[in-house]
Design a protein. Structure first.
Length: 188
C-alpha cells in the first residue's frame, strides 16, 4: 500500500488529483507510440482572471476553484483521455478523436465554464492536432501553447486550434525568450 501511495504521489498533482505534467507526458508518448496513426488533440487551457480569485477571496478559495475545475474536467472527458494539471491554473487534455474534433472541444469548453460560488469560471483554450502538427509531443505542446496565447491576446474566454499563423507567437511574448522575469506573465 505504501508503494502504491508513493507511486500515486509521484504521478499525480497533490491538490487536484489529476496527473502531473511529467507523468501525463509519459503516458501521451506511450499512447502515440502504441497507436501512431490515430488522430489526437493536445489541449492546454487555463482559467481566465484566476489571479483575481486569489487576490479577492484568498489562496484557499483559489485552491477550491482549482479542485472544482479538475472535477468538472474529469466529468467531461472520456475514461481513455488524459487530463493533467500542468501547473498553477494551467491544465492539459490529450484525447483521440475520429470525426469532428471541433464538436468535442466545444463540448468540453462549455462544460468547464460556469461559476464556483461567487467566482465566474471562464477558460481560454488552445489545441493542436497531430494531423496538422508533426514532430511529436514537444511540437504539439508548443503549438497548443501558442494557440492558447493567441486566445488570451484576443480577449480570453474562447478556444482556438493551432494554425501556421501562430507559429512565432511564443517567441514574441514568452518571458523566457524576451528577457523578462519568467514570473511576469503579462497576459494573465
Amino acid at each position: 500500500m505504501k508503494l502504491n501511495a508513493l507511486e500515486r504521489m509521484a504521478s499525480h498533482d497533490a491538490l487536484t488529483g489529476l496527473l502531473n505534467h511529467a507523468y501525463a507526458k509519459k503516458r501521451i508518448l506511450e499512447r502515440i507510440e502504441t497507436r501512431p496513426t490515430a488522430s489526437y488533440a493536445l489541449v492546454i487551457f487555463d482559467l481566465d482572471h484566476f489571479k483575481s480569485a486569489n487576490d479577492t477571496y484568498g489562496h484557499s478559495f483559489g485552491d477550491q476553484v482549482l479542485v472544482h475545475l479538475a472535477e468538472k474536467l474529469r466529468q467531461c472527458i472520456r475514461g481513455g483521455d488524459i487530463a493533467a494539471r500542468v501547473g498553477g491554473d494551467e491544465f492539459l487534455i490529450f484525447l483521440e478523436y475520429k470525426d469532428d474534433v471541433d464538436a468535442v472541444l466545444s463540448r468540453i469548453f462549455q462544460s468547464l465554464c460556469g461559476r464556483f460560488e461567487q467566482f465566474p469560471l471562464s477558460v481560454s483554450m488552445g489545441a493542436a492536432l497531430t494531423a496538422t502538427v508533426p514532430g511529436g509531443y514537444d511540437a504539439l505542446f508548443h503549438a497548443a501553447d501558442a494557440a492558447l496565447y493567441t486566445v488570451k491576446r484576443g480577449g480570453r474566454g474562447q478556444y482556438r486550434f493551432y494554425d501556421e499563423s501562430m507559429r512565432d507567437t511564443l517567441s514574441v511574448i514568452s518571458p523566457i525568450e524576451d528577457g523578462q522575469d519568467p514570473g511576469e506573465d503579462v497576459l494573465k
